[in-house]
Design a protein around this ligand. Structure first.
Ligand SMILES: Nc1ncnc2c1ncn2[C@@H]1O[C@H](COP(=O)(O)OP(=O)(O)OP(=O)(O)O)[C@@H](O)[C@H]1O
Length: 396
């Protein structure tokens, strides 16, 4: 199974407008271009209805694009029916044949390809072993757990040595704990075999843990293509920042000046913008909850705890401030104790973790440093804290 051909899958300006839909409405897929590198694990992530499944089904050949192209290693895939495309798909519903044994389910594609018996038996055994299904070949799907059925579906997809594996939300029918285990197994298997993989999910944790790169989609379009770390820390738009993880978005005002360097005001302090975010005169900063420190020891509050949710490993706070609601995740509730709703608190944020977004999308700039007012002894890049304008903080 190891010497399959890996594929470079390229989608260019793909559009899908379903028949009988309002011609004035946006197409289900509205100009998607992607380059999935050979051996890459690429995930389409986005809310329900954003066009992920339609994109995947066009790649598989189950839907015909209204326009655009799909090629694999330079070969036009649109000329080929689904069964002639060197791809295999794993479905959410497993789609096993109920009347066939596990062995025969996995062997199905090889039988269609008229693979000789000895070779077929060897390939199926290897596939079953690699999916931890040894000894289950004689069982029928109804005699297996959901996770085992999904493993059979994976073995069936891999045994035909596809150039591309397509996954349509394959883990959404599994319970949470099992889903995490399957995620790890899929990732390990995909790495080991190096099969180009296109994966669809609306679960951001799944996308983060599986993917080399994530494609965040919104209303039929691509909002951003980047590594999991990039989409999390440097989202291309408020939509992406909001969809991938939790975040607070606070309005800022300021002007970008002099070769892309300049300042904006965050929490009442001047903050230097390292790279030109192209925002003009206004924008929004994104702050992730884990970058915010809630300090109950401050004498005077600049926010009020609106909710405190104890999660075992930490506490999630919502703090109401003049600038809006700020989310804060505190790792260890034993440190400082659990803050009650209504408690006045001060907030601190690591400036290097604050990210400036333009309103309505476009580029973004990372806030590399800040200077505080009144100035510190050493103003400029050494100051790593962006603070709420609390009187006690000006004592620093
Ligand atoms: N066969 C169809 N005929 C008409 N419209 C369709 C058809 N299939 C999907 N759509 C519409 O196309 C849009 C995109 O659907 P699609 O299933 O691709 O989204 P998705 O991102 O995969 O969503 P989900 O996560 O809910 O599956 C939706 O507005 C949907 O209602």
């Amino acid at each position: 199974m190891a010497d399959h051909h890996v594929g470079n899958l390229v989608l260019t300006d793909l559009v899908k407008r379903y028949e009988n839909t309002d011609p004035a409405a946006r197409p289900a897929v509205d100009g998607v271009s992607l380059d999935v590198e050979a051996g890459e694990f690429l995930t389409l992530l986005g809310p329900s209805g954003c066009g992920k499944t339609t994109t995947l089904r066009m790649v598989a050949g189950f839907e015909t694009p209204t326009s655009g192209t799909i090629s694999l290693d330079g070969a036009d895939m649109l000329r080929l029916p689904p069964n002639k495309r060197p791809m295999a798909m794993v479905f959410q519903s497993y789609a096993l044949f109920p009347h066939l044994s596990v062995f025969e389910n996995v062997a199905y594609g090889l039988r269609i390809d008229r693979v000789r018996r000895a070779r077929l038996e060897e390939a199926v055994e290897i596939a079953l072993t690699s999916m931890n299904l040894t000894g289950l070949g004689e069982r029928f799907p109804h005699q297996l757990s959901g996770g085992q059925q999904q493993r059979v579906a994976l073995a069936r997809a891999m045994v035909v040595q596809p150039s591309v594996l397509l996954f349509d939300e394959p883990l959404s029918n599994l319970d949470a704990k099992f889903r995490e285990q399957m995620r790890r197994e899929i990732r390990l298997l995909q790495r080991r075999m190096g099969i180009t993989s296109l994966y669809v999910t609306h679960d951001q944790a799944e996308a983060m843990s599986l993917s080399d790169r994530i494609v965040v989609m919104n209303a039929g379009r691509v909002e951003q293509v980047a590594t999991p770390a990039e989409v999390y820390t440097r989202p291309a738009s408020v939509f992406v920042g909001n969809f991938v993880g939790r975040a607070s978005f606070l309005p800022v005002s300021g002007v970008v000046v002099r070769g892309g360097r300049g300042g904006v005001s965050v929490f009442g302090k001047e903050v230097e913008v390292a790279a030109d975010p192209g925002v003009g005169s206004s924008g929004v900063v994104m702050v992730r909850p884990e970058s915010v420190v809630v300090s109950p020891v401050f004498e005077q509050g600049c926010g009020v705890v609106r909710s405190a949710v104890y999660l075992g490993a930490g506490v999630d706070y919502e703090v109401e401030t003049d600038q809006g609601t700020v989310l804060a995740s505190v790792g260890d509730p034993d440190v400082g104790g659990l803050l009650e709703e209504g408690t006045k608190v001060g907030l601190e944020v690591d400036a290097s973790r604050v990210y400036l977004l333009p309103r309505g999308g476009g580029g973004g700039g990372c806030l590399a440093s800040c200077w505080c007012s009144p100035p510190l002894a050493e103003p400029g890049p050494r100051c790593a804290i962006v603070s709420m304008p609390c009187p006690h903080l000006s004592r620093r």
